[in-house]
Ligand binder design. Structure first.
Ligand SMILES: Nc1ncnc2c1ncn2[C@@H]1O[C@H](COP(=O)(O)OP(=O)(O)OP(=O)(O)O)[C@@H](O)[C@H]1O
Length: 631
């Protein structure tokens, strides 16, 4: 599709002194004009992607500058102003007394179709960070992403619009953001607070934000991502590499820490004792380095790329180019330095590039291990859940309280494929159905289907219900399985939940069962359990899991104890109950008994969602009940 551009250029020209206005009107390539620059005592200039043109014959005067200032909106504390209902941005330079001595008038445009380059990634639901030099078109791309997600993907999108640049000046957002909602920010310094407010008050599925630039904003971004909301944002910096070494913002891509290895470990790794490692999971799973309107380099797995960068290994990225004439997007895999990946495509038994609906795309394998795995998936067809033990009979699975629950004979578990002490009882069982749901402890099943008939799609879309999303994505990433975590229960192929939730609220999963989705039940929120479940589904050997778990645990600091934390569990349950009341038509929800401290947190959370809450009963059974506020 060719781009459709709305630029309301006339509205900006009307604010300029008449001679400059006329000079712009005489330009042939006005539709490519980026900025008009007025500096006191100099000739006015027009900036194009290719260079500048002169727009006046006499130097700019104070009167010229005042002419413009009188016709535009008020300047904010960031020295930026706009023109109501347009996307233009006018930035001022002032002398030491505050008087305007220079103006940069940027022509804002809504460019429909500019998302083409990364549309597939945006729709996958991962958080995306867009980098690029000033003026490369980041805000324009962000605006189009907001519109497409709101209007075409029907998502609840909130734009946190610090300088009113994404949705334009004035209180009514520019149609360039479609149905996305916009929150204005009174003072730039409050951007981080508005980001959090957006999540707490307006239930967005996606938050769009221009220019994450401070530590507080980076921290707010992490909080938002941890709440399972997709973030699409821009930040200063041209590349993932320079963001990583920027102390203020490196947390966005996982951050760096120095660790000291023991002598033995250093010898084994052939490294020095003091090495640099990624500190945490990146807030943004994907980084897009925008190079121009039609070119970008995409890092689809930021965690992996950062790990490789820190180990001094070559990194592999995708270079995406959009053909201006045909609109077709081409994807090339490149290594550091922009070289094609040698041999890519040749050894995989498939074409190097694939053409789908005008989109030329490659296969997205990552490391060698995953590479092998995915290519074996291709040659053998996707494996279904591994074969059920032919001997039949029941299987005893220990539940949380170390008692044993008997699963009906139709519900069969796989013979264990290894006996690593790490997984022990956590090993996921693969179950067939025809059982009262309350009999289930942990396992994977699909309603009314023999387990062996289940064949996951090429990418398994998983909807987490009470399960920690970060750990889920980290476990899939480390195992190298094609799992996408979605916020949309309907589009999911599988629902992953905890035994506790499943026991207490099976009705939540009834819809998923009716739609014959795969249901994965974990005993608790640990990476080890998640990996075992995925391993079962994707037929991954045990040693790969143990290796991957060891890495994940080191990176995330994961441990059973941390996730058995009753406080965290209680708050997850509260969030879930609130979700039920707000979205599922329940009028009340009663929470499990909890101590006074947790009850206080539960009341606070309910208040943030404008719900009423009361404590009921006597200790130790005192519990919080949440009600929908009367309309
Ligand atoms: N795809 C496009 N087609 C036509 N014009 C575009 C396109 N993308 C951006 N522009 C124009 O390029 C200029 C710079 O774009 P934009 O403001 O989005 O850049 P930016 O990277 O956000 O800049 P900054 O970092 O300074 O905020 C604007 O005039 C915008 O209208």
């Amino acid at each position: 599709m060719q781009h459709v551009i709305t630029d309301d250029l006339e509205a900006l020209l009307a604010t300029l002194p008449p001679d400059i206005h006329d000079a712009v009107n005489r330009l042939e390539n006005r539709s490519e004009l980026l900025e008009i620059v007025l500096d006191l005592g100099r000739l006015a200039e027009g900036r194009f992607p290719e260079g500048e043109v002169i727009l006046s014959t006499t130097p700019v005067t104070y009167a010229d500058l005042e002419y413009v200032v009188e016709r535009i909106g008020e300047f904010g504390d960031d020295n930026r102003a706009g023109i109501e209902r347009t996307l233009h941005r006018i930035s001022a330079m002032r002398n030491r007394k505050g008087r305007v001595v220079g103006l940069t008038c940027r022509i804002g445009r809504a460019v429909l179709g500019s998302i083409a380059l990364i549309r597939d990634i945006v729709e996958q639901g991962q958080s995306i960070l867009i980098l690029g030099r000033p003026g490369v078109g980041k805000t324009t791309l962000l605006r189009e992403i907001a519109r497409v997600l709101a209007d075409e993907a029907n998502k609840r999108v909130v734009v946190v619009d610090t300088s009113n640049e994404i949705a334009g000046d004035g209180d009514i957002p520019h149609p360039g953001i479609g149905r996305a909602r916009r929150m204005q920010v009174a003072r730039t310094a409050e951007q981080h607070a508005v980001m959090i407010e957006a999540v707490e008050n307006h239930m967005p599925q996606i938050i769009v934000i221009d220019e994450i630039g401070t530590e507080l904003e980076a921290a707010a971004a992490r909080t938002i991502a941890e709440r399972g909301v997709q973030l699409v944002a821009t930040a200063h910096g041209n590349s993932l590499g320079n963001l990583l070494v920027n102390p203020t913002l490196s947390d966005l891509v996982g951050g760096i820490q120095t660790v000291t290895l023991g002598d033995e470990e250093a010898r084994r790794r052939h490294t020095q004792k003091s090495i640099q490692e990624r500190k945490s999971l990146p807030t943004f799973a994907v980084v897009v380095e925008q190079q121009s309107w039609d070119e970008a380099v995409v890092h689809r797995d930021v965690a992996d790329t950062v790990d490789n960068m820190l180990r001094g290994q070559a990194i592999i990225a995708e270079e995406r180019t959009r053909d201006e004439e045909t609109g077709e997007v081409t994807v090339r895999r490149i290594t550091t330095g922009g070289m094609d990946v040698p041999g890519w495509g040749s050894g995989l038994g498939g074409p190097a590039r694939q053409q789908t609906q005008g989109f030329t795309t490659s296969m997205f394998e990552r490391s060698d291990r995953n590479h092998t795995h995915l290519s074996s998936l291709r040659s053998n067809g996707l494996p279904g859940v591994p074969t059920v033990d032919p001997r039949g009979g029941g299987e005893r699975v220990r539940n949380r309280n170390q008692t044993t629950a008997h699963i009906a004979p139709q519900v069969q578990a796989l013979a264990p494929t290894g006996t690593s002490p790490r997984d022990g009882e956590a090993r996921a069982a693969v179950l067939t159905q025809s059982r009262p749901v309350t009999d289930i402890t942990e396992g994977i099943f699909q309603a009314n289907e023999p387990a062996s008939d289940f064949s996951p799609p090429k990418t398994l879309k998983v909807y987490p219900f009470g399960v920690n999303r970060d750990r889920l994505s980290e476990s899939a990433r480390q195992l190298g399985v094609p799992v996408l975590i979605t916020n949309n229960e309907r589009e999911a192929d599988a629902v992953i939940t905890l035994k506790n939730y499943y026991r207490r609220q099976p009705e939540r999963l009834q819809q998923a069962e009716q739609e014959r989705k795969l249901i994965i039940i974990l005993k608790n929120n640990t990476i080890a359990q998640m990996q075992h479940a995925f391993a079962r589904i994707f037929d991954i050997p045990e040693n790969a899991i143990d290796e991957a778990s060891a890495i994940s645990d080191r990176v995330t600091g994961d441990s059973e104890t941390e996730f058995d934390d009753p406080g965290k569990q209680a708050m997850l349950e509260t969030e879930d109950a609130i979700h039920q009341v707000l979205n599922k038509g329940l009028t009340t929800a009663e929470l499990a008994p909890a101590n006074a401290y947790i009850r206080r947190l539960q009341h606070q959370m309910a208040t943030r969602y404008n719900l009423i809450s009361r404590s009921r009963g006597k200790e130790p059974y005192r519990r919080v009940k949440i009600f929908r506020a009367r309309d």
